[in-house]
Design a binder for this molecule. Structure first.
Ligand code: URA
Length: 185
């Protein structure tokens, strides 16, 4: 399947209740294929309006930190665990993540990333990783299998965390630099 065909499917998806409240689905965007796939949680208000991922405040913060680490947005594919905005920006429910997972699996097989950078709890859960606290899986590469592929995943914070808590910014940047080093290899 081509990415454009998958995007068309996502844009008309009614597999979960989030589809009822959306202005636009947000399939994701970027390079195809790409060495790096960045996986967030869910679209927010601005993403829902524009149909594009990570363009609001946490998106601007993410883009700035990616640049600090030497990663350009145009070089990567960026998407979310769920493609439609949850009401009032609540966290996506497990069943919403499950309903959306087939799209993520298809994106991974089309984009063929060397590494997936998972931002926070929802992104990591959507990849089937289990943990009781993000610190158990953050800051290193983990091999996972999803769909019919084996992929490497690097987990870090969702950017909204270092955006709100400046003390977490150094660790966030260190993680992005490690990701950059890995994809350059
Ligand atoms: N937060 C996310 O996780 N994804 C977006 O696209 C925007 C904000």
């Amino acid at each position: 399947m081509e990415i454009s065909e998958l995007n068309t499917k996502i844009n008309s998806c009614i597999l979960c209740a989030l589809s009822k409240g959306r202005k636009n689905a947000v399939p994701g965007e970027g390079k195809v294929p790409a060495d790096l796939m960045i996986l967030g949680e869910a679209p927010g208000k601005f993403e829902d309006i524009a149909g594009r991922p990570f363009i609001g405040m946490s998106g601007k913060f993410l883009t700035k930190y990616l640049e600090k680490a030497g990663i350009r947005r145009e070089e990567v594919f960026i998407t979310n665990a769920v493609k439609c905005r949850p009401p009032n920006n609540r966290k996506p429910k497990t069943e919403e993540i499950e309903a959306c997972r087939p799209y993520l699996i298809s994106q991974i097989s089309i984009v063929k990333p060397k590494l997936i950078l998972a931002l926070g709890v929802s992104a990591s859960s959507s990849l089937g990783m289990s943990f009781s606290h993000l610190s158990e899986i953050r800051g290193r590469i983990t091999d996972i299998s999803i769909g019919d592929r084996n992929v490497k995943v690097y987990v870090t914070f969702h950017p909204s965390f270092p955006m709100r808590f400046p003390k977490a910014r150094e660790g966030f940047l260190d993680d992005l630099v490690k990701v950059k080093d890995f994809i350059m290899r």
